[in-house]
Design a protein around this ligand. Structure first.
Ligand SMILES: [Fe+2]
Ligand SMILES: [Fe+2]
Length: 181
């Protein structure tokens, strides 16, 4: 891991480390990992339920998964692009990594759109494709992006995720607006 001996990067003001918060950064990284694990478990459960649903339960299972995509998965991707991704993209070794990770968000959202425009077995298969793509994707965030941020003395995850909490509040207002087929 590269050691940054001076604040050579130009972080946006709201992502700068203005306090000695590094003691809690490891806790925040752990919270992100636990949130990812909970998302993987929910996505596994919902997509398996749709795949295995009898015909009479298929519409409800499909609606539950579509609601989860809109309320949890898409907001999660959008939030990290303005928090952890933005901070990591300013670090040496981070810019190209984050460019590739943002393209994975595009891929995952493309699979969600294909799910949304499909029915029956095709929708179930796209659901499982989203699960497999997200499971791999969040592992890279846990194992590559979070260590990069924790190793950077000029980044405070506490400050970075402070912007995250603000974003969650904004998204919460829109959670009731779901569109079903
Ligand atoms: Fe992501
Ligand atoms: Fe994530």
């Amino acid at each position: 891991m590269t050691v940054h001996s001076a604040p050579a990067v130009d972080l946006p003001q709201h992502l700068q480390d203005t306090d000695a918060h590094h003691g809690s950064d490891a806790e925040i990284a752990q919270q992100v990992r636990e949130h990812h694990a909970a998302m993987v478990a929910d996505l596994d459960r919902l997509t398996t339920a749709l795949r295995d649903a009898p015909a009479s339960d298929q519409a409800a299972a499909r609606a539950s998964l579509e609601e989860w995509f809109e309320a949890v998965l898409v907001p999660h991707a959008d939030e990290e692009e303005v928090t952890t991704y933005r901070a990591a993209s300013t670090l040496a070794g981070g810019r190209l990594l984050i460019e590739a990770m943002v393209r994975e968000h595009v891929l995952i959202k493309r699979l969600v759109a294909l799910f949304c425009s499909s029915e029956g077995a095709a929708a179930a298969a796209y659901g499982r494709a989203v699960f497999e793509a997200f499971d791999s994707h969040q592992g890279k965030e846990n194992d590559v992006i979070l260590p990069l941020l924790l190793a950077a003395p000029q980044v405070s995850l506490t400050t970075v995720m402070g912007a995250h909490a603000h974003q969650v509040g904004e998204h919460a207002e829109h959670h009731h607006e779901h569109h079903h087929h």
